[in-house]
Design a protein around this ligand. Structure first.
Ligand SMILES: C[S@@+](CC[C@H](N)C(=O)[O-])C[C@H]1O[C@@H](n2cnc3c(N)ncnc32)[C@H](O)[C@@H]1O
Length: 225
């Protein structure tokens, strides 16, 4: 099953499943919001891989006057986001693949994402980062939370076993864990934070940083000068 069909299939119970399986998920979203520089006042925001709109909602509650473009590959999940966030008139939904996505140069002030960019291969991540850099306005910010590899395979394996323990602690059914792991094996490309630091530097981003981490989950920020 491809990524689009997977998210179409689970879209109905997606948010509950995610909160069961991802430890400290809400905290990660708050950290994404918290580390947006306080003087940014973004007018145009993009949420890359918005899913059911969990991060879009957190961001728009802070920036109610901003326009937000919520991008996702799955039409079913976008329908749920649109229904759930119908009281937020400033959201535009875009059913598009990251690989085909394009915006005008300098037209985005803030690019956010949560647990979505790891669906791209490293080559695709690099290409997307390059596009994000061009979309961002001067002083624009990219900040996203995602699942990452460890800097060594042993550390990655330790993150994985800690994740499993945490999922068991939250009474995640074994069948749900297996579903995520099958999806992860077939469609997820966890990379290292070091790769992101290198790509961001090459592209001209400044002050890249990891501002939060828990097992596989990292919140990464990069500034366009
Ligand atoms: C794990 S979900 C995260 C959703 C949301 N950001 C959240 O925190 O709940 C990943 C989302 O990324 C979307 N996605 C995956 N690959 C994509 C791609 N190549 N282009 C656009 N969206 C993609 C999926 O459809 C899915 O909704």
């Amino acid at each position: 099953m491809n990524v689009e069909n997977f998210y179409n299939l689970i879209s109905g119970e997606y948010t509950e499943m995610l909160e069961r399986i991802v430890p400290r998920y809400r905290e990660m979203l708050w950290m994404i919001l918290d580390y947006v520089p306080k003087d940014l006042n973004p007018k145009r925001i993009v949420d890359l891989g918005c899913g059911t709109g969990n991060l879009s909602e957190v961001i728009l509650n802070q920036y109610p006057e901003s326009d937000l473009i919520a991008v996702d590959l799955s039409t079913s999940i976008l329908d749920i986001a649109a229904k759930r966030l119908e009281n937020y008139p400033n959201i535009k939904y875009l059913n598009e693949d990251f690989n085909a996505l394009d915006f005008k140069t300098g037209s985005i002030d803030l690019a956010v994402s949560s647990i979505a960019l790891h669906h791209l291969t490293d080559k695709e991540k690099e290409k997307l980062l390059k596009k994000i850099y061009s979309w961002l306005s001067p002083k624009g910010i990219l900040i996203f939370g995602d699942q990452f590899a460890g800097s060594t395979d042993a550390r990655y394996q330790q993150h994985m076993s800690n994740w499993k323990l945490s999922a068991e602690g939250k009474n995640t059914p074994e069948s749900e864990w297996t579903l995520w792991m099958d999806h992860q094996q077939n469609h997820d490309y966890h990379t290292t934070v070091e790769n992101y630091f290198n790509w961001c530097k090459q592209m001209g981003f400044k002050n890249s940083d990891v501002v939060w981490r828990y097992f596989l989950w990292v919140v990464f920020i990069a500034h366009k000068p």
